[in-house]
Write a protein that binds this ligand. Structure first.
Ligand SMILES: NC(=O)c1ccc[n+]([C@@H]2O[C@H](COP(=O)([O-])OP(=O)(O)OC[C@H]3O[C@@H](n4cnc5c(N)ncnc54)[C@H](O)[C@@H]3O)[C@@H](O)[C@H]2O)c1
Length: 257
């Protein structure tokens, strides 16, 4: 999809990747609904974006992805402000196995809420024009990460839901395509503070090595390039990795074709 002239909703938009995604989409000519649970950080992000791109292209909506009605406020704002919605980026996430129940709520339930609301607001079966959902997973959704096992499980769930909801069974009915982006370790608060949030003390030391095993920290702007590639080229159900200067689609082997 060409994002120019489109409206995109981004969750977790006040964070490191969310801000880079917002800038990339605005640069490409889209308008955006930036949403985040952190209102103060969200307003600051809005201020920065308005300074760079001018007023009228971005709105900020406080929304907690763990609560469907809270998240729905951001979807309503897309319709009321811009009168359309084309792209939903389910980006909000935390990497904190130390509070794993919350982590599952944000990373898994939050993405489910985002997909189901995308169907409600963009789905052909509900009078919408269809659209695109990009779920932000991680390289931890592709490989085992023993030091952050529960986070790893949540990100595998995001890839699995993408591959399943991206299937033509859903796309033919809804007109909503679903793709996933798996960033490598990236220079954001989440990426930098990971060690503090291990569940098991004995895992902390080797957590430090995880980042270097993937080639060091990526910049948020590089991951945003990955996002734009996925938006422009991603087939529904496809899962893409952006890490260490490489952006590519993952080839899965299925037991059943
Ligand atoms: N930074 C990395 O190394 C890395 C690597 C791979 C994948 N990811 C994924 O990228 C996404 C963005 O991560 P980031 O690095 O920008 O993190 P970040 O901590 O910089 O930003 C995350 C944002 O999500 C918001 N958020 C947290 N809980 C929320 C909730 N319940 N509802 C709405 N917003 C909420 C936070 O307020 C914050 O602004 C996450 O899904 C993360 O798992 C990050």
């Amino acid at each position: 999809m060409d994002p120019s002239g489109k409206v995109a909703l981004i969750t977790g938009a006040a964070g490191g990747l969310g801000r880079a995604f917002s800038r990339a989409l605005l640069n490409a000519g889209a308008k955006i609904v930036a949403s985040d649970a952190d209102e103060a950080a969200g307003k600051k992000a809005l201020e920065e974006l308005e300074k760079q791109f001018g007023k009228g292209k971005v709105v900020f909506v406080k929304a907690d992805v763990t609560n469907s009605s809270s998240l729905e406020e951001a979807f309503k704002a897309a319709k009321s402000t811009f009168n359309r919605l084309d792209i939903v980026i389910n980006n909000a996430g935390i990497m904190r196995d130390s509070v794993w129940e919350k982590e599952i709520d944000v990373n898994v339930k939050g993405v489910v809420h985002g997909i189901l609301l995308a169907y409600k607001y963009m789905g052909k079966q509900n009078g919408g024009a269809g659209g695109l959902v990009v779920n932000v997973s991680s390289v931890a959704g592709l490989d085992p990460v023993p030091q952050m096992a529960i986070y790893c499980g949540t990100k595998h769930a995001v890839c699995a839901m993408t591959r399943s909801y991206g299937d033509e069974l859903h796309v033919n009915e809804t007109g909503v395509r679903v793709v996933a982006l798996c960033p490598g370790p990236t220079d954001t608060p989440l990426g930098r503070d990971a060690v503090q949030h291990c569940l098991h003390d004995y895992a902390r030391q080797s957590m430090i090595d995880v980042t270097s095993s993937y080639g060091g920290l990526c910049t948020p702007d590089f991951i945003a390039e990955g996002l734009m590639t996925v938006i422009q080229e991603g087939k529904s159900g496809s899962v893409w990795v952006a890490n260490n200067k490489i952006i590519k689609e993952i080839v899965y082997q299925r037991l059943v074709q």
